[in-house]
Design a protein around this ligand. Structure first.
Ligand SMILES: Nc1ncnc2c1ncn2[C@@H]1O[C@H](COP(=O)(O)OP(=O)(O)OP(=O)(O)O)[C@@H](O)[C@H]1O
Ligand SMILES: [Mg+2]
Length: 292
């Protein structure tokens, strides 16, 4: 890992971007929120947990057959996590994925303690970062459970469509199972509206319904008791779709476009939600296993 220095800090804020529905904006948001945090001076690590390997494209990374990837994090303990972390930009590092990660789901099912592998393997690298973003695959399988076992916050990229609400309920069930069994720290920060069209009447109604849904759970003690519809929504902006084909984040490709403004403001809003960082001792104090 070049350039990422260890500091006296305790642990980074870890955010899983998760939605089991495909094509909702998880990877676009991970890459560009990561870039926005890095530009704001936070040492940021983004981890590609999706065998589609789209995240790396945003940083101009071409997969090479002999390079270690996140698959090695799960399957090859002899390769140190620090060897997988690549520098993408100033303050920004990433761990690439590869298509063979798809095989890991099956292979992991045979391993004991399989939900904790990501948390354990990244533990020694964590103090080098202020923020870690996990780009999840569009499923609620074992890779996603590994992400949830490590995360502090879940952000759910979505569109403001009726069916998204149904999917959200299913996702929250999984979050609750993980929070109860594997990671008591896990909370849901909220939904992130991507490709948003604010003029749509249907969209407005769905946003209202999402807000009422979260409102019902205030004070409930459930992981989504403080969740909200995060603002600003990320507007549909073609530049966000074009940037990865040039190996660029939105801040490289079109720093003054609406997409860049939205992700910059969103990164600030997410940061503003963080309570003063409390030392999360679970990784160190529980000899590498997540808090129960
Ligand atoms: N705000 C936006 N405006 C326009 N296009 C967008 C926007 N956000 C994402 N896209 C495009 O939508 C498509 C899906 O986005 P993305 O790959 O980020 O979704 P995903 O949830 O990661 O998908 P998957 O589930 O397949 O991993 C991509 O082509 C992306 O470029
Ligand atoms: Mg993706």
């Amino acid at each position: 890992m070049k350039g990422a220095r260890a500091s006296n800090k305790t642990q980074p804020r870890v955010i899983a971007l998760l939605n089991q529905k495909g094509g909702v904006g998880k990877t676009t948001s991970t890459a560009n929120l990561g870039a926005a945090f890095a530009l704001a001076g936070l040492r940021t690590l983004v981890v590609d947990l999706d065998p589609q390997s789209n995240l790396s494209l945003h940083f101009g990374h071409e997969p090479a057959p002999d390079q270690p990837t996140v698959r090695d994090l799960f399957m090859n303990p002899e390769i140190a996590a620090s060897e997988l972390i690549r520098e993408a930009r100033e303050n920004l590092w990433f761990i690439p994925s590869d298509t063979e990660l798809a095989l890991v789901e099956g292979e992991l099912a045979l391993q004991p303690n399989m939900q904790h592998i990501l948390a354990e393997r990244l533990a020694s690298s964590m103090p080098s970062f202020d923020v870690v973003l996990l780009d999840c695959p569009p499923s609620l399988g074992v890779l996603t459970v590994n992400a949830l076992t490590l995360a502090d916050d879940v952000i759910v990229p979505t569109q403001a469509q009726y069916l998204a609400l149904r999917g959200l309920e299913k996702l929250l069930e999984t979050v609750l199972l993980v929070q109860r069994a594997l990671n008591a720290n896990l909370t849901v920060a909220g939904v992130l509206l991507c490709m948003h069209e604010s003029q749509s009447g249907h969209g407005k109604a769905v946003v209202h319904e999402m807000e009422s849904y979260f409102e019902k759970y205030r004070g409930s003690g459930l992981p989504w008791q403080d969740a909200e519809v995060l603002r600003p929504a990320v507007r549909r902006n073609i530049k966000l779709a074009e940037a990865p084909s040039f190996g660029q984040t939105i801040f490289d490709y079109a720093p003054t476009c609406a997409g860049a403004a939205d992700y910059r403001a969103l990164a600030e809003a997410i940061r503003a939600r963080w309570k003063p960082v409390q030392a999360r001792e679970r990784l160190a104090a529980t000899d590498g296993t997540a808090a129960s």
